[in-house]
Design a protein around this ligand. Structure first.
Ligand code: HEM
Length: 401
């Protein structure tokens, strides 16, 4: 089996489950050459991914969680500054603590009614037309609006920031040179305006709270705020969008399961949503770097080696899931690892679940007779998986206002 988990083409029609299966069976901790790098270990079994994600003493998130060492974090473009996602405890613990309370289940629940109202408006905007680009017009709208509102920004600005996120998450090979760096620079330029605005007129939003909070007895400086801003806008955008688009596609490809879900949507949605998370696994990988020599899944990993966890592969591991290749919306238990685990486990998972549920309820209860006039186009990314465009036809219905 030819193994290539780096080329964007490998992910051009979804995640490479044939390669994942071969790797889990024959080389679960696999040395993967890189055309322009020093190579990395690809980890595909659930148990090993779990171990790497939790053992921060052996597997560091520094200097970066991306495979190439050329990104701004690893190349030192941010100077001594690091994004929380790329820190180890105790620094990571201190930074995560600053915003943890904003992302607990009770805090997320406080936003539930507003998120449901947004979902209703998003479907209202397309329902009379009987056609839309589901990724752009529906799935992408939800996280752009939620992230903008959370930060206390105009919704249109949220949409612009979300476009930048998409560029940042696209493989550099698939973009004109320098596009990723320019997108980060634009994000920072916007973030700097947010700093000025929120310092002048603080409010009850997350941006104002971040500017007011203290780490080690001092306020965050501008760069620390900007890296938080980048992380929070980035992490909740195309991940949630891809779950929604990839999830609807999976339902359309499994009509029996789709009908089962619709027959009792409210009761069946929680289990179905978890299965769609397992099935789509929107975050393809996170990288760690070995802090010392260590053995994993029979491989001898050396200090400094890159170790890459493939969440989509772990989520189809037959050692963990019964008939993992079957979409079973009633699956229980379902200990998928689509949100990661350990110290960096997804901070936004409660908000994400509320967004997903609100959107799926609106889409599945109000839109009907879905048809794909052309094949969905997938994101050319080896990092984030999902359709990039998904033209969709459906039976038109009334707005709810
Ligand atoms: C379906 C949607 C989502 C998926 C699949 C997802 C997945 C992930 C994954 C795999 C990680 C890395 C975990 C690890 O290394 O163990 C992560 C981290 C993170 N996610 Fe999410 N995420 C989603 C939505 C969100 C949302 C809506 C937010 C809200 C802002 C968010 C914020 C974060 C943050 C801040 C981190 C970094 C946590 C840390 O470093 O401590 N995510 N997410």
């Amino acid at each position: 089996m030819k193994i290539d988990l780096l080329s964007p083409e490998t992910f051009a029609a979804g995640q490479p489950h044939d390669q994942y299966q071969w790797l889990r069976e024959h080389s679960p901790v696999h040395w993967h050459e890189e055309p322009a790098g020093r190579g990395s270990w690809a980890v595909t079994r659930y148990e090993d991914v779990w171990t790497v994600d939790r053992d921060f003493q052996a597997f560091s998130s520094e200097p970066t969680i991306m495979i190439p060492d050329a990104g701004p974090e690893a190349s030192g473009a941010f100077g001594p500054y690091k994004m929380m996602l790329m820190m180890d405890p105790p620094d990571h613990t201190a930074f995560r603590k600053l915003i943890r309370s904003e992302f607990t289940l009770p805090s997320a629940k406080l936003r539930e009614e507003r998120i449901k109202a947004l979902a209703r408006q998003i479907v209202d905007a397309v329902i009379e037309k009987g056609e839309c680009d589901f990724v752009h017009d529906v799935a992408g709208e939800m996280p752009s609006c939620v992230s903008a509102e959370g930060m206390g920004l105009p919704l249109d600005d949220g949409r612009e920031l979300y476009k930048l996120t998409e560029i940042i998450h696209t493989a550099p090979e698939a973009l004109p040179p320098g596009s990723g760096g320019q997108a980060v620079a634009k994000m920072f330029e916007y973030g700097s305006k947010v700093i000025a605005e929120k310092r002048a007129r603080p409010s009850d939003d997350l941006a104002s709270k971040l500017l007011a909070c203290e780490v080690d007895g001092r306020k965050l400086d501008d760069m620390e705020f900007l890296l938080f801003f980048l992380l929070l806008v980035d992490a909740g955008g195309d991940t949630t969008r891809n779950l929604l688009s990839g999830g609807l596609l999976a339902l359309m490809e499994h009509p029996d399961q789709f009908a089962w879900l619709k027959a009792d949507l409210d009761a069946r949605l929680p289990a179905a949503r978890e299965e769609l998370l397992r099935w789509t696994s929107p975050v393809i990988y996170m990288r760690r770097t070995a802090k010392h020599d260590v053995e994993l899944g029979g491989a001898r990993i050396r200090e400094g080696d890159k170790v890459v966890m493939y969440f989509g592969a772990a989520n189809r591991d037959p050692a963990k899931f019964d008939r993992p290749e079957v979409l079973d919306l009633a699956r229980a238990p379902n200990d998928h690892i689509a949100f990661g685990t350990g110290p960096h486990g997804c901070l936004g998972q409660h908000i994400a679940r509320i967004e997903i549920d609100a959107m799926l309820v609106e889409v599945l209860s109000r839109m009907d007779r879905f048809e794909l006039p052309s094949a969905p186009e997938w994101l050319p990314s080896n990092f984030i998986s999902g359709p990039k465009a998904m033209p969709l036809k459906f039976r038109p219905g009334p707005r709810l206002g």
